[in-house]
Ligand binder design. Sequence first.
Ligand SMILES: Nc1nc2c(ncn2[C@@H]2O[C@H](COP(=O)(O)OP(=O)(O)OP(=O)(O)O)[C@@H](O)[C@H]2O)c(=O)[nH]1
Length: 458
Amino acid sequence: MVLNDLGKKISGALLKLSKDYSFDESLLNQVLKEISLALLQSDVNVKYVKQLSDNILEKFKMEEGSATNIKKLIQQCVVQELTMMLDSKKQPFSLKRGKPNIIMFVGLQGAGKTTICAKYANQWKKKGWRTSLICADTFRAGSFNQLYQLAMKIRIPFYGNITETDPVAIAKEGVKIFQKQNYEVIIIDTSGRHMQESELFDEMKQIYSAFCPSECIFVMDGSNGQACFNQAQAFKKAVDVGSVIITKLDGHSKGGGALSAVAATESPIIFLGTGEHIDDLETFKAESFVRRLLGLGGMIETVSEVVDLESQKQSLKLIAKGQFTLRDLQQNYKSILKMGSLNQFISMIPGIQNINQGQISQKEQINKIKQSLIIMDSMSNDELNGITQITQKQLFRISKGSGQPIESINQLIQEHRNFARTLKKLIPSIKDCDSKTKKNPKKNDGIYGLLQAFSGKF
Ligand SMILES: Nc1nc2c(ncn2[C@@H]2O[C@H](COP(=O)(O)OP(=O)(O)OP(=O)(O)O)[C@@H](O)[C@H]2O)c(=O)[nH]1
């Protein structure tokens, strides 16, 4: 079962509660059975599913009579229980300034280690840490070139040796060089391996004991579900795994496997890989992950991380009146680009995860947004703010300024109109917006407000 389906199944089971007025324990049992089945099909370990079901029953008994909204109570319990399961109760390693922090990446073949090494390196570099990369994968021929290319792209020093066959020797040499140059984050990419491959496992242990790295990160492909439990446990036994990164959570991945990884390694998940692009890395937040897993959203947190709420001045009230300008579209497109991908943005809106699938590729979507931003950069303030109409003469000027054909500009103007019309319909009433705005005025600005409107709608 894919991530999106889990949410749908659970919502479906909970729907029974809103229809049925004669609520009793047997109905609750029936609902819990359906939720348990959905979780099992989504690769959550049977032990945890049983625990979750028992805890909900317990809470229900305690709250019986006082709970006015049983559906909400169950939903909250499911979120809480799953969030707790994802909490390894262990603090992730925190890097030390001015010291060589050696970070070793391990995992199964093709899990996404090399890609994540570069993403991880890039995010520390962006925070101002002196970061470097070492390729100690001598098993897969292409890995040297792959990491080298990525390192060049993000401008991070790289060490590898294509003629050396001993990964321990490569790692030693690389660490020596980068330590000498006072690098603070020294990342070692290692070969992918399975526990059945004892030689490769021994090799991993040798690299580990040569350095006793500050942190050993287990990388797990998000589409490997429960089946990954034994493998993750074998890695934990062989080397001291300190944290976990789950990759490929952008596609049709099963999210339940994340629970297995935490259980098997008893280590916290620190990041999620959400795409092939270098910026497709999210800091892991258990509750928002669970909410997304269940199709309950979770986008508000992500959006608030990338959107400067102060700069989002247009309120929902204006949008509801149809005053959604090209300037608003421009700001929201910029925010979407900051978030890394449009699919990511769409996948966070509960209920419309599948809306875009199979229509236009993520790369095309991003390119289209970038093209629209180039066009809007050539518009005047009055045009962007909807004060002056865009006439034929202005179209030629914008086309010349942006280097884009007239058809693309017309298309953008049409899309903006359609978007404004859809938003107006989506936002239920100005009165609603008023009451929300009074409660939390800052959070109802701009894209943040739009997302709240979306989340309320679906
Ligand atoms: N969609 C998607 N693809 C990813 C993600 N991370 C990695 N990939 C792709 O997965 C494939 C394998 O990634 P690698 O980084 O080469 O995996 P690896 O673990 O280093 O592979 P080995 O060295 O063979 O064990 C590549 O095609 C990556 O582009 C992700 O988060 N999302």
